[in-house]
Design a protein around this ligand. Sequence first.
Ligand code: ADP
Length: 503
Amino acid sequence: MTPDDDSARSARDLAAKYEGLIKAAVDGVVLIDERGLVEVFNPAAERIFGYATGDVIGRNITMLMPQGDASRHDAHLDTYHQTGRRQIIGIGRELVGRRRNGELFPMDLAVGEVASSEGRKYVGFVRDLTQRKRMEDTIRAREDELREVVDNVPIGIFTAELPGIIQAGNPALRRLLRYDPGELAGMSFIRLLSGDDYRQLTAMVTDLTNGAGTERVAELRMRRKDEVVLDVALHIGLVARAGASPLIVGMVIDRTEKVRSEEVARQAREHLAHVGRLTTLGEMASAIAHEINQPLTAIANHAQACRRLLSTDQMDIATLQEACTQIAEQALRAGQVVRRIRAFVTKRESNKEYADLNEIVRSVLELAAGDAREAGVRVELNLQPSPPSVLVDPVQLQQVCLNLIRNAIDAMRDTAADARVIEIASREQGGMHLLSFDDRGPGVAPAARDRLFHPFFTTKSDGMGMGLSISQSIVAAHGGTLKYETNAHGGARFIIALPVVVG
Ligand code: ADP
């Protein structure tokens, strides 16, 4: 083999390599001569433009352009040849291409100049941008949709840079806080909070930035631009961003009306509870009078005995002392009943405190003892020895217990005299403190169970039907439940469940 053969072969090898490269290229490759006639058209270009190579070779490149560009193309080439001024060569830009079926499409075109023995040639690398544009359009449409939603939801939404500088707030937030467009951006969110509620926000943000959870919710007070204070629920979360600190995304929900109506409901409940207590006591008046009368009678008897002893000259000091002790004890007992009644009827704000449920049950029994005795009802206590404390309003809870005991007494009017028993039991179960009242009456008829807790539901000729309804709303206001079930004796069992306070 001669060196000439060698170099001819390596030239052939090289040409084959280039041809392979061009064929394999993902981008369309088009080579044209000085006049714009196509010399090379690779498979990718075939796919992009929809022409077979044979249809394009030797024809003017303008066939791949829309009308306007095509008519200017020859002029561009001439200008470049004469002045060297470049429109596209070596620069690349986004243009519109035309496929065989006439469809116009966005494309990226990079053009390079190739010097060859046959004069200047230009090579173009074409990338079809249809897909990308479509994706960009989809993303843009999604963004528009999202913006539309954010702009129209009736919930305040904002984004803020750490530590809390508002970046943008939606119209609902502006309307809620009475700000004009553009005023919220750049403000510190803390300035919108009322009192020292900013501490809570700071703690929430710190928690989130320390990685404790992904979302925080708090009930806070915000100040409108006109200084009116609103009750709101604030939800905030952090959104990670590439190359920047996380973005705070927040939602503000107005609770002012809800808080106000809750307050109205609370006052109504208290009023109703008060009326309920007065009614209950009114109904129990004779039994309670009896309860006070007993010690008063005892006091009168002992006092008379003392007077007799004193008048007879035979003063037995020990007997006198005993009589005086009895007088003092009975007076205390009467005083206690009166105090309990007064505590029970006084109208006052709901007042929750840590209390021992057993204590509450015992104090109620003192009020109901007379009623029970009159009706021949025995009370059996099965209380948990040392119950965990519950956070309750003792008077309201007494009212619930008293109501359940009185209903049980009422229910056993037709029960055999020796079977009239109320069993009151307490136990703890699943984080709840359960207090149950069982009786041996007829229970509640299945048809009546649905309406049992409805206001004004009563089966008694003199009943108001408010007792269980008030009781249930009191227990619910304590975060608990009041439920009915039939017990093993066929009688009624009412169960109060209250959350055990931890800590
Ligand atoms: P009232 O006692 O004024 O009727 P309540 O709301 O306390 O009002 O009770 C409503 C009704 O529920 C009673 O009329 C009665 O029919 C039924 N009820 C309540 N407790 C019992 C019970 N322990 N056993 C059977 N029925 C009961």
